[in-house]
Design a protein around this ligand. Structure first.
Ligand code: GLC
Length: 684
């Protein structure tokens, strides 16, 4: 049951898709309201767990810290931070009572979840023009489903996008990419996509290609497609200010950029130096910006990643002038304890400065709206511009799209990656905890930069991250310029081990794809915390480093350096598969309870739940080569089991076709049958 309450005069965010009549905000269940609606509070009981907030720091249970929804270009994701790239204002309080809250507010929202007072949650909405949704339900799972119905179906990428992707800032030219593909193929490492970071462009100009590096871009795209490789270019939010550059010229002529307080185009620097931000909150501009993806689609591109769309600002012209002026004043001074640090911070105050976010404007339905009031909608609407364009330009075809910044509602148009993490073990752990919170909010297609983006990775961290990454829908290794090269062929003896681990992803693909599609089509979660499935199990409620992947699998990733195993809690008996490769594994049935489970560096722990089935392929070097006419079944079943297997052509949007659904039956005698299917299936 969803109840809606309106405060002030909210800006329409388009986060939701259901019409719900608003009620008088007198009695909002357990939630206490301050006079003008700028504060919502509720008591937290000792056993309450607070789930949600999507892309954030810390754990699955958000209790004990304060968070701010304020999309931030911050590459240092440490525990002390309050905001990352997304703004996902949905949470669930689960204890003796269970309810969800969605604060649909496009500006900053603060969540003090038992931080100031352990027994209290306080939500502050500094601009109290917003819509509050209160969602009641018998369980967290039911509340998530209601919320997802409210906000619309999650984005579905093409099937090839579930394959492994290799990225780097940046592969500089055709030859580097050819070499990369050769190395992967020679070493038997499965690969479906290669990402083009900013250097594929001509001087960081969106929708252009550096012709020296890629003299025949369409020809090269075709060549890669023949190798079953999809090239995925990055698109940045800032459009370079340069006379003669058509996107800039058109955008200024047609009034498509955000304005400053004098009504002039707002200029801020990003990668290309001075740039302008397309006013994607305006539908007309979305059409204009979105249509530019056509140039790359026509060249053969089938997927994109949208970046720097918080939007990131290196500096504004005004601020740069001011800071230079201030630096001048320190010349010749005896810098002391106070002035030295002030001086030091001056240059640091240039980027992503709140004053800059409060100094430009959007045109929303003819009204001038200051950016900071709608800050969290920018990444959403940049990605929506692309999604809406794809529907016009390539109707019926799925195109890969994921974004760095996001707001609830964007999950209908694309996925996300979790931005500039580091090659830190703690960031592997963070990404394990972020996945279920993102799934709750509708972001099913997500993943982190495997191996870590910033800092130098190590071969063992790469291995453990891959072992987790084989379960995340977006499985991409990416790293920053200047860091140790981190392609899977760069670590000597490990290459073959990496190849074996990535191959497991392709073995699991029928199950992963089926579970993803079911989650998307049924407003469910692909990755869940144990507590969602075993809500009455007090131990399971506290476990944050084991996850359920779809209906049949539990994973327990190893995320500590030099660990050769880990403790695992089993809420029920399960069958452990310890995989070294598709054909090299051992099996052990473990009873419910705590266990220390061995996991050598190149071993993946996969637990199958009782009376559940996992449908597998024999593996392949790319998604299109997976043979679904020869399937395998991994099961833990004493009395037979059933599984609804979903599969489709992977590119069109004909999800509702009856032939996409197959019932897999394993009877008590161990005989397997699959309805609506003519291939072969064997138990492993
Ligand atoms: C941003 C992105 C990162 C990308 C870099 C260069 O930091 O988050 O993924 O590699 O920009 O484009």
């Amino acid at each position: 049951m969803i109840r809606k309450f309106v405060f002030g005069t909210p800006i329409n965010t388009d986060a939701t898709v259901l019409h719900i009549p608003a009620e008088d905000p007198q009695d909002i269940g357990e939630v206490i309201l301050s006079g003008d609606g700028s504060e919502l509070s509720c008591k937290l009981e000792e056993q309450d767990i607070v789930y949600g907030l999507g892309e954030q720091v810390r754990g699955i249970n958000k209790r004990g810290w304060s968070y701010a929804s304020n999309c931030a270009d911050d590459p240092l994701h440490t525990e002390g931070k309050h905001s990352l790239y997304g703004a996902h204002n949905f949470l669930i309080i689960d204890g003796r009572r269970c309810f969800g809250l969605f604060i649909d507010a496009p500006g900053k929202v603060c969540f003090d979840i038992g931080y100031t007072e352990h027994e209290k949650m306080l939500i502050t909405i500094p601009e109290p023009d917003y819509v509050l949704y209160y969602i009641a339900g018998a369980s967290v799972t039911e509340i998530v489903r209601e919320f997802r119905k409210l906000t619309g179906r999650s984005y579905i990428p093409p099937k090839w996008a579930f394959g492994f992707g290799q990225s780097r800032w940046s592969y500089m030219n055709e030859e580097e990419i050819r070499e990369l593909v050769r190395e992967y193929r020679d070493n038997g490492i499965p690969l479906d996509s290669i990402y083009l970071d900013i250097d594929y462009m001509d001087h960081y100009k969106d929708f252009t290609v550096n012709e020296e590096a890629f003299p025949d871009f369409p020809g090269f795209i075709k060549e890669m497609q023949n190798e079953r490789i999809h090239l995925v270019p990055i698109i940045d939010a800032g459009v370079k200010q340069e006379a003669g550059y058509s996107v800039y010229e058109e955008g200024t002529a047609e009034n498509c950029f955000c304005k400053d307080s004098d009504g002039k185009d707002f200029v801020a620097a990003v990668w290309p130096g001075k740039a302008l931000f397309p006013d994607v909150l305006n539908p007309k501009v979305r059409v204009w910006f979105g249509n530019h993806y056509k140039e790359l689609i026509d060249a053969g591109i089938e997927g994109f990643w949208n970046d720097m769309n918080e939007p990131a600002i290196f500096y504004s012209e005004k601020r740069l002038r001011k800071v230079f002026g201030q630096i001048e004043a320190y010349k010749g001074k005896n810098l002391d304890i106070k002035s030295f640090f002030e001086f030091k911070d001056l240059v640091g105050s240039l980027d992503n400065n709140p004053e800059d976010y409060a100094s430009f404007y959007h045109d929303m339905d003819g009204k001038k709206v200051r950016h900071d009031r709608v800050h969290n909608l920018f990444g959403f609407n940049m990605t929506r511009a692309a999604g809406e364009a794809f529907d016009r330009l390539a109707p019926g075809k799925r195109i890969l799209m994921f974004s760095r910044s996001s707001y609830i509602g964007m999950h209908r148009y694309g996925g996300i990656w979790t931005g500039d993490n580091r090659a830190w073990w703690s960031h592997l752990e963070l990404s394990i905890k972020q996945m279920p919170s993102l799934n709750m909010c509708g972001f099913l297609f997500c993943g982190s930069d495997i191996g870590g983006f910033g800092d130098d990775t190590t071969p063992d961290l790469m291995m453990r991250w891959l072992e987790f990454g084989i379960f995340t829908p977006l499985m991409r290794s990416h790293s920053a310029q200047g860091t140790r090269l981190q392609e899977l062929t760069r670590f000597g003896n490990f290459t073959q081990d990496y190849a074996r681990i990535v191959s497991l992803r392709y073995m699991l693909m029928p199950y992963i794809y089926s579970e993803y599609m079911k989650a998307a089509l049924k407003d469910a979660m692909y990755i869940r915390p144990l507590s969602f499935e075993y809500p009455r199990d007090e131990r399971a409620r506290t476990v944050e480093d084991q996850l359920l992947v779809g209906e049949s699998i539990m994973i327990a990733p190893v995320y500590q350096q030099n660990a050769l195993g880990r403790y695992v809690y089993l809420p029920e008996k399960m069958k452990l598969y310890r995989f070294r490769s598709e054909c090299d594994y051992d099996i052990e049935v473990l009873q419910a309870g705590d266990h220390y489970v061995k996991a050598d560096l190149c071993e993946v722990l996969l637990f199958v739940r009782p009376d559940k089935l996992v449908i597998l392929s024999r593996g392949a070097k790319s998604v299109s080569q997976i043979n679904t006419n020869q399937l395998y079944l991994m099961d833990y079943s004493e009395n037979g089991a059933k599984y609804d297997w979903y599969d489709d052509d992977g590119v069109s949007k004909t999800y509702a076709l009856p032939q996409n659904w197959h019932t897999v039956c394993l009877d008590e005698k161990g005989t397997v049958s699959i309805g609506n299917y003519e291939g072969m299936v064997n138990r492993i």
